[in-house]
Design a protein around this ligand. Sequence first.
Ligand SMILES: [Ca+2]
Ligand SMILES: [Ca+2]
Length: 243
Amino acid sequence: PGRMLLTIVSGLLLSVLTTVLAQTPVYRRFEYKHSFRAPNLSQRDGSIPFWMVTGDAIASSEQLRLAPSMRSRKGIAWNKRAFVESENFEIEMAFKVTGQGRVGADGLALWYTAQQGTLGPVFGSNDYWTGLGVMFDSFDNDNMKNNPYVSVMINDGTRSYDHQTDGTQQILTGCQKDFRNKPFPVHIKVEYSKNILTVSMTDGLTAQHRFELCMRAENIFLPRNGYFGISAATGALAGSFFI
Ligand SMILES: [Ca+2]
Ligand SMILES: [Ca+2]
């Protein structure tokens, strides 16, 4: 029997809330043109309204599976509509990463970028992006024994993500969290408001949504009218573990 280091993403839901700050209390509005949810996540033909789904990603009514449990696969889903409703947002996503073996290969990412993403080498999506990437990096490329790691990186379109170092010198910050093979979906919340970026997540051990802070940073300037996206990739390294 072989030991495979693979990643599957499933049971995903994404919702975007606009935060209206001018008023007290802060109002939150669900943005259906930038979101998808089970049930009825996809239409019969596998498309998701307002979303582009490509590569190895497959949508059903219950889930979006970004990458199957095979090596060197990648899939992305990107919002077709620019987010013009507000300068502030709150994204919540639920996901599952499963796979055999102690270490999962590659990982997935959540994006907010100036342009729609395309298939590429950065957790399934293109390099040299402009905007925000929240990366769930399963594989410890630099052998620092610190993966799975959640990395938050902002790119101005000029930098190439360095997989060999897990982006250590490039990322804003992040947190070491094991998000794989949990009994319940892991929820992540990304809040961007008044140029403050906050990322928090649940541990996936219970059905309750107890968010713990992963990172917080001030003076963050993201592109206006950007696009939300998600991507995932399984690593080429996984293949070397077949027996
Ligand atoms: Ca890595
Ligand atoms: Ca590492």
